[in-house]
Design a protein around this ligand. Structure first.
Ligand SMILES: Nc1ncnc2c1ncn2[C@@H]1O[C@H](COP(=O)(O)OP(=O)(O)OP(=O)(O)O)[C@@H](O)[C@H]1O
Ligand SMILES: [Mg+2]
Length: 463
């Protein structure tokens, strides 16, 4: 296995010191912040959070053959312990060090929804072109981004980072750490609107990513993005090229002949350096849009697009993000969107329900959180999308009560205060041939409904 972190590099990156030099060889082959998933050879960073302290697990890490431990509280005198001033700052130092020695192409994805989808599509596409490193899951915050970079092998050809935010000022420092060659903004929509105050403030914040581009870098955005001017201005300020992805002739990346089916979409794409037909095996127009952005970004990163298009076809929607399974003894199709929800993603999921269902269309909706004063309006305004795509609607949570009460009586399934009490009602209402879509913010715990529907299926596979 390739050595990622030597003694000298760790000391240089963190400004820390090992107790003695020479006798113990430090050869870190990975980076871990959690001993439950630590692999032998990992450098363990003892992060200290509000509710957890990695220093309590240093002995476990050492016993599990960690190559080194980065710590800032006294935790013994093992020669593998590197003492630093602050472990989070040390991890950020490792991130900057790893970024500086990386000679491949760096891509960063931000946006209100679709970051992980586009990031994973890019990983699938680029991996077919050369060794590709990328963020795990949604590692997109003050620890997820530096952890991703600290794990970046110097020899990778591509790296794909996800950058998120839920309050102003978060993007700029992460973007400066990542220093992308290609910056992708998926969407600007009402997520975290409660903390951000306005859609324009969200666009302004997302556009900060473009200020980390070098001159000659590329920003990739949907042509119809809200707050377009912010992106145009920031790309211009940095001397970066702005690629707009859309369907009109003025777009640098132009999609045409988009054909959707229940398993995905096929579309023609004209990029600055490539033209052809591509397929994404995740249903819904939003996934097709994400795929177009990912392919445009791959082209901007100089990838061999024939290989990238073939790689993209291996992408599948993740758990809770549109994966479809047969449940209740294969009688009901479950569209599991339970991972998270914002107004844009609930609309996309309702459209998806309308697209994939063959029998009755059942929508199960939990509260969208973090919308602050906009909550009432955003929940109420789901009505047209619900009417267009569902035959029966089950809701839980105080905000979804607003939507539920506005439904025509024929569409009303049931409303309860929480997902635990709603689950059995949904289950009892389902009939063979139904398609049920479950969605809500993480905090609305819609996974309880999914679990209840999966209850008696010993083996659950893709539909
Ligand atoms: N372009 C899009 N427009 C609307 N909804 C989308 C889009 N892309 C993905 N979604 C939906 O939004 C939800 C979250 O998707 P994804 O995990 O890709 O987003 P994310 O931005 O990474 O979210 P998070 O902020 O939680 O990390 C899923 O339900 C997904 O189906
Ligand atoms: Mg994500």
């Amino acid at each position: 296995m390739t050595v990622l972190w030597s003694r000298a590099d760790l000391e240089a990156a963190t400004s820390g010191r090992f107790p003695s030099s020479g006798d113990v060889v430090i050869a870190g082959t990975g980076v871990s912040i959690d001993t439950r998933t630590l692999q032998p050879g990992d450098v363990f960073i003892a992060l200290k959070g509000e509710n957890s302290n990695g220093h309590a697990h240093v002995a476990t890490a050492l016993a599990a053959d960690a190559a080194a431990v980065v710590a800032h509280e006294p935790c013994g005198d093992d020669p593998r312990i590197l003492m630093v001033g602050d472990t989070l700052a040390a991890m950020q130092g490792m991130a900057r060090f790893a970024r500086a020695r990386f000679t491949g192409r760096m891509l960063a994805v931000t946006g209100s929804v679709g970051k992980t989808s586009v990031k994973d599509m890019l990983k699938a596409a680029l991996n077919a072109c050369g060794p590709t490193h990328g963020a795990v899951a949604s590692y997109n915050n003050h620890w997820g981004v530096p952890l991703t970079l600290a794990r970046l092998p110097a020899t990778a050809a591509y790296c794909v980072c996800e950058i998120g935010m839920n309050h102003a000022g978060e993007i700029a420092p992460l973007a400066a750490m990542v220093r992308p060659d290609v910056a992708v903004v998926t969407t600007v929509a009402a997520s975290h609107l409660g903390l951000m105050g306005s859609i324009d403030a969200i666009a302004h914040e997302k556009a900060e990513l473009l200020l980390a581009l070098p001159a000659g870098g590329t920003a990739v955005i949907p042509a119809g993005i809200t707050g377009h001017d912010h992106f145009e201005r920031n790309a211009g300020q940095k001397g970066a090229t702005l690629w707009r992805v859309g369907t009109t002739p003025d777009c640098a990346a132009r999609a045409h002949d988009v054909a959707q089916d229940a398993h995905g979409s096929t579309f023609s794409l004209t990029l600055p350096d490539w033209q052809g037909v591509a397929r994404v095996n995740a249903p819904g127009r939003h996934m097709a849009d994400n795929a177009m952005l990912a392919l445009a970004a791959a082209d901007a990163a100089g990838a061999d697009m024939n290989l990238a298009v073939a790689g993209l076809a291996t992408f599948r929607p993740g758990a809770g993000r549109g994966a479809i399974a047969k449940v209740m003894h294969d009688n009901v199709a479950l569209l599991d969107e339970s991972y998270n929800a914002s107004p844009a993603s609930v609309r996309a999921a309702l459209d998806l329900l309308g697209l994939v269902a063959t029998g009755r269309r059942i929508a199960v909706l939990g509260d969208m959180l973090e919308l602050g004063a906009f909550a009432r309006h955003e929940h109420a305004s789901l009505l047209p999308a619900v009417r267009a795509n569902a035959d029966a609607v089950f809701c839980c949570g105080p905000n979804m009560k607003i939507l539920f009460d506005s439904l025509p009586p024929a569409l009303r399934g049931a409303w309860t205060p929480d997902s635990t009490t709603l689950a059995p009602l949904v289950r009892a209402a389902l009939r063979a041939g139904d398609t049920v879509m479950v969605k809500g913010s993480l905090g609305s715990r819609m996974r309880h409904v999914v679990a209840a529907l999966r209850e008696d299926d010993a083996r659950v596979g893709p539909a």
